[in-house]
Design a protein around this ligand. Sequence first.
Ligand SMILES: [Zn+2]
Length: 193
Amino acid sequence: MIFESHAHYDDAAFDADREELLNQCRQQGIETIINVSASLDSIKSTLALAEKYPFIYGAAGVHPDEVGALNEETFAWLREQCRHPKIAAVGEIGLDYYWDKEKHELQKYWFCRQMELAKELDMPIQLEVMSGSSGTNAWPIQVSREGVATAVVSIPERYMHTPVEVVHRQDLEDTAKLLAAFVESLGRGDKLC
Ligand SMILES: [Zn+2]
């Protein structure tokens, strides 16, 4: 079984041939897709996809570059969307010091709030974390709901001396600690929450 844990098929880039592409995915043996949202708008388009296609589930969350759109009102709306039966994770959430669109304190605040939300709702999180210098140095952590492998950490090219670690965690706190440890290992020593 192929489980695609991180897709953005609601993106406008797929407007021309989305239907055809998704049908091909099924034919090629992809049984389940998590379409991951990044903004308040893409939570809506993710839900539309999940409601249309039985094999598509969604992650609802606000990407660090978009956290300027969060306030108590929109956060309450996000919490409601997370209760939708086809929302399987909170994401993508994290820190983006590469594009650096939002202040780090704001990114950290809403990252923590969204992790707390996931904990409150007993949902996995889907992370996007970009460190702050050139190239491909992102290290996404993917967290799948059903479970055996709950987090896969891929280490950016720049840090290839660090062993790639595959972790099996049920516990969001462990994942948060892992993340904090990694951020610290990059020399920033930031405290997250
Ligand atoms: Zn993504």
